[in-house]
Design a protein around this ligand. Sequence first.
Ligand code: HEC
Length: 130
Amino acid sequence: MAKKILLVAFFSIGVMAFAAKGTAFAVSAEENYKFYCAQCHGMDGKGEGANAKPKVVGIDLPEMSVTPRNHTSPEDMNKLTDIDIENAISGGGASVSKSTIMPPFGKTLTEAEIKDLTAYLRKLCKCKGK
Ligand code: HEC
């Protein structure tokens, strides 16, 4: 009998651990931005991430030929519709005739995450787009 209770207890701990793992995967747009985008666009979105002006332990790497978009600039970001932004994130720079340095994220992020990121970029630029 005691053995049975122990078994049930172990089983529920397993289920709880699994459920907790599930929620840990639901990250915010801000976290996604800081993880996937900040190395180029900067932690605050100004286009000044480490990769934009790389200095790796004393070695000067060549700067990117194209500066990553400043996501806090309303002038720049107002030119883009939400669909433009979603396409740029999903298909990368090449898909919107921009720099191929901008990688595609369509296979890394879900459609919902890309929509959330687009909303996050709208918060950074405090603009609505055309
Ligand atoms: C490896 C560097 C790099 C990473 C990582 C990166 N970008 Fe970019 N991104 C760029 C560059 C460079 C441009 C500028 C393209 C141009 O103006 O030709 C750009 C442009 C953009 C644009 C503007 C496209 C346009 O039409 O003007 C958006 C929106 C954008 N990035 C969003 C993101 C988001 C969101 C992420 C993270 C999911 C991200 N980027 C990650 C380098 C990067």
